[in-house]
Structure formats: C-alpha cells, structure tokens
Design a protein around this ligand. Sequence first.
Ligand SMILES: *[C@@H]1O[C@H](CO)[C@@H](O)[C@H](O)[C@H]1NC(C)=O
Ligand SMILES: *[C@@H]1O[C@H](CO)[C@@H](O)[C@H](O)[C@H]1NC(C)=O
Ligand SMILES: *[C@@H]1O[C@H](CO)[C@@H](O)[C@H](O)[C@H]1NC(C)=O
Length: 590
Amino acid sequence: MLRSLVLVLAAASVWAKPLLEKRWDDLEVKHAWVETPRGWTYTQAAPAEHKMEMRIGLKQNRLDDLINSLYQVSDPAHERYGQHLSKEQVEELVKPHPDSVDLVEQWLEHHGIQVADTHRSGGGDWVKLIVTVDQAERMLGTKYNVYQHESTSETVVRTLSYSLPSVLHAHIQVITPTTYFGTIKSMKATSFRETGLPTVDKDDFQNELASLGSLATVPSSCSSTITPSCLRALYNTSSYTPQATSTNQLGVAGYLGEYATHSDLQTFLQKFRSDAAGADFTVVQVNGGGNDQSNPGTEANLDIQYTESISYPTPNIYYSTGGSPPYISDSETTSNTNEPYLDWLNYILNQTSVPQTFTTSYGDDEQTVPIDYATSVCNLYAQLGARGSSILFSSGDFGVGGGQCTSNDGTDTVKFQPIFPASCPYVTSVGGTYKVNPEVAVDFSSGGFSNYFARPSYQSSAVSTFLTSLGSSYSDMYNSSGRGFPDVSAQGRNFQVVIDGSTSGVSGTSASSPTFAGVVTLLNDYRIASGKAPLGFLNPWLYGTGVDGLNDITSGSNPGCDTDGFTARAGWDPVTGLGTPDFGKLQALL
Ligand SMILES: *[C@@H]1O[C@H](CO)[C@@H](O)[C@H](O)[C@H]1NC(C)=O
Ligand SMILES: *[C@@H]1O[C@H](CO)[C@@H](O)[C@H](O)[C@H]1NC(C)=O
Ligand SMILES: *[C@@H]1O[C@H](CO)[C@@H](O)[C@H](O)[C@H]1NC(C)=O
C-alpha cells in the first residue's frame, strides 16, 4: 500500500514537470582522466562562488564541407586552388545546426543562465558565458578543484572529468575550462639556450651576400653557428627581393608572457643583417597579452629576429596572447580560462583579413591534451588554412618522446609521445636539422605518429613508403594509422640571438619553424606579386609537386623514450619530414 503510494507520487512528480527537463539529469561522461595530469598537484576544492569564463564549442554542422573546401583550395591540381574562403564563408560552414543551438540554450536556461548574457562567435559555434563553480558543477556533474603547477607554481581551476546530458553529446564538441590543464605559462616552448657551443658576434658573409646576391658555397662555420646569412645561403633566398610588402604579412604567435623587444631586434640586425637595420615589427596584444620591453623573451626574440631577417622587408606581426592570472583564491575577479590556442584562434578568426603566414613555437605531449579539446583546436586551424594562411608549427624538441614516455591511461605502458599541435593534420609541422653540406637531422627533432588524428590522404603514399621500409621496428610504440609528423624541417641548432643586448646561442625546432615560415613568406610574396593567391595550407602542395623544391635529409635520428628513435632516410621520415626548403627551386615550381 505504502509502496504504491510512493510510486504514484513519483509518477505525479514526473508529470508535474515538462518532459523535456527530465533529460538534463541523464548525464554521461564526456571526458575523464584516470590520474591528475603530470606536473599538477591538487591543493583544495574550488570555492562555490568563484566565477569562471566558460566556453562551449558546438559541433559544426558542415565541418565536412569545411575540410573538403580546405583541401580543394589547397590542392594545386584542383580547380578551386587558391580560391580561399572569406571570414563569412568560413563562418557559414562552421555554424552549428539550429537544433544544437536550441538544445544548448534550453540547457543553459534550465541552469538559470540567460541566453542574453552569453556571447557567440561569428559562426555561432563558440558560446562564451560567465558561470560560478557551483553552476558549472551542476551543469557538468563534476567537482572543480584548484591545482598548482609544480614548476611554475601557477594555479588553475580544473576538473578531472566532466559529463553532459546524453542528449547533448551529439551537439557539443568541448567545454572549457574542464580537463585541459595546459596554460599559457605551463606550455612548453620548443627552444633552449645553448651553453657549451661557440657564439659569434658578427656576420662575415652578409656583405658578400648583399653585393653578390648569393654565395658559391654555404660557409662551413654554419655547421657550428647559425646566422641569417647561413640560412639565406643554405635555403637559397638571398637573391630574392620581396615586392608585395603592402599586402603580404608574417605573424608570430607568442605565449608564455614572452615579449619580443624592438631594441634587441635593432642590435641583431646591425650585427647580422645590416642592410635591414631599422626594420621593425608590430605587436598585437590579444586577450590582455603584455608587451614589457624591459623583459625580453628568448623564444620571442629568436622568432622575431629570424622571421625579420629572412623575410625583410615584409611586415612582421608579433601576437602577444594573455595572460591574466588564472585563479586568485581571495579575489572576486573572474578567472580567465587562460587556455593557449583558443584565445588566440578566436581572436584571429574574427579578423576580416589575416596574415598569409604564421609561425608558432610551442607544443605539448599530445596525450596531455584531451582529444575533444585537441580536435576543436585542430579544426580552428583548418578554418585559418581555408582563409588562405600557411600555418607552421615547431614539431617539438623531445625526439620520439622526452622522459619516461609512459602513457597516462592508467596502464603506464611506454609509448612514443607525439606532440600537439604539430600532430594536427591541418598545420605544417617543422622538425630540425644541423650541420651543412649536407644537413643532418638534429637529435632533438620531435617526430612520430598521432594517436588522435588519422593519416590524411595527402601524406598517405609518403608515409606508407616509410612504414614499409621501417618494417616491424617499434611497432608497439607508435600508431601506424596516425598522422605522421613533421612535414618538413629546417636548421635548429645554435642560432645566434640577441637577448638583452648580448648574443647567445639558442636551439630547438623553435628556430626551425620561424626559419621555414620566413621562406614561405617569400614564396607568398612571389605569388602575390605575380597576381596569384597566397599558398594557404601548404601540405597538399608540399607532398605533391612541392617536394621537388625540398632538400631531402637522409641521415641522423631522433632518439627518445630510451630508444634510438627513428632514422632519417630518403623520402619522408618522422625526423625531418620531406626535407628543408630551397627557395629558388620552390619558386620555380609555383
Ligand atoms: C569580433 O569583432 C567584432 C568587431 O571588431 C567585435 O565587435 C566582436 O566582439 C568580436 N567578436 C569576438 C567573438 O571576439
Ligand atoms: C591510433 O590512431 C587512430 C587514428 O588514426 C585512433 O583512432 C586510434 O584510437 C589510435 N590508437 C591508439 C591506441 O591510440
Ligand atoms: C637556387 O635557386 C636557383 C633558382 O633561383 C636555382 O637555379 C639553383 O639551383 C638553386 N641553388 C641551389 C644551391 O639549389
């Protein structure tokens, strides 16, 4: 009797609410870690009233169309080659389905959030709102905690898992901040200062280059110290004079609170490329990014000094992305999600015109980036590529993997560790070389195969050839169906960089990416000056006809994870990709 009364009451309460609301309680895990991400320590539960900026990434209804368009406009053999999309055209393709918008709005309203208080991106695929920790915990069926980074001491509010009503899984790609712990300060720059290697404080070859336009041979000193003349001779750019400097631009994406300084650039140019002295870069501050000229960054100065000295007189832009403190326990300030990539990508995609070439010198172990987050970021690079930008990323400085290389899935198996965003199939990732006559793969050059992104068709033949020659070596250490990286390479050891007035040696694929980007900028200049579209997303061209303009690197290897790593060989390899650029030959192929 009592029992059936309870049942009747329970049934009545279901009846009393609209049927729709019931679904919001049916939570299903969206992403979960089995352990706290390495390098972070739990400190306390997050206070319920603490406010955060939440971003909801909606599934893009016509993502397949976007990716097809990206490939078509980037494929020299396709009739749409070079017909890059406008901001509006891209936004049309990334719009969420109207049902997705409806459902997400109903869900937000159910949690007391007014749609009018939210902000949407141009395409409507990203929704930004302010929530309290308490609200976020109820929406996502989770607990937020404060975690501290062991080496930077930075604190963030994140969670180890989050859920969504099952009905929303088909409509939402990612929610931040949740399980992605990477921050602007904790991410890895792919450069490091050399201590035991020689430095030079002048460039003996620049005058010869300036008067003759080229050198008969690449100076042998370039085997131990890299200056702009080395790269201009080695990559055959020195006889080209840019013409399209009122249109063409090169962008350097900077993070880590790193600033490029104008005074160090002047000192650098006077020492190493005096014909370019006086050339300067502009700074765009994104999302509270700083520009402290008294605090030069190694990475930032390396990037800008080498992009300028190769692409001169093309305008260079340094993007300084914030930046605000992620979490202050006794503050009313809303904590910024402070996640790298998203802030910058949302900013740049909202511009009507964007630089034709970008370089970024950061990357983290792919396994530390949740797959839903990595996929969202990778798709944003696809948008930028479809708009006509060539996007270069350093491949990383960890060989096939730094440290122990244990997986973080709870099994602790040793696996090679691919680097993201270098593993995203919509960027061009740049590995490292050293020495000259011939160039050799440098041992720290990261390369391997993604566990998140499948091998794209543009590289299927090049990568299969490599895998066939590799045979069964390392077969349990890497994912043979994944996207292989890097795509290309360039010098990466002992670049002479001026930091705070004096010259130091800096190494890393952080040096390789701006170098390759400088060469691509000159190619874009040539295309634009000939009345053509810029190159845009490079890979379909590079793996197709472009490969003939690259110097294949066939020796050296990238040890890591207690193994000898992969070995560079003829054709593509996961150490140096397809090889290093020869501007003259690449230009002739356009
Ligand atoms: C995009 O740019 C417009 C115009 O500059 C600005 O009003 C808007 O707030 C920006 N939107 C986002 C999402 O940043
Ligand atoms: C291997 O890569 C594919 C994508 O190509 C992915 O679907 C699969 O989950 C990966 N396997 C492992 C064990 O990570
Ligand atoms: C440099 O480019 C020119 C075309 O501008 C080409 O003829 C020459 O072979 C290239 N030099 C080298 C060393 O590859």
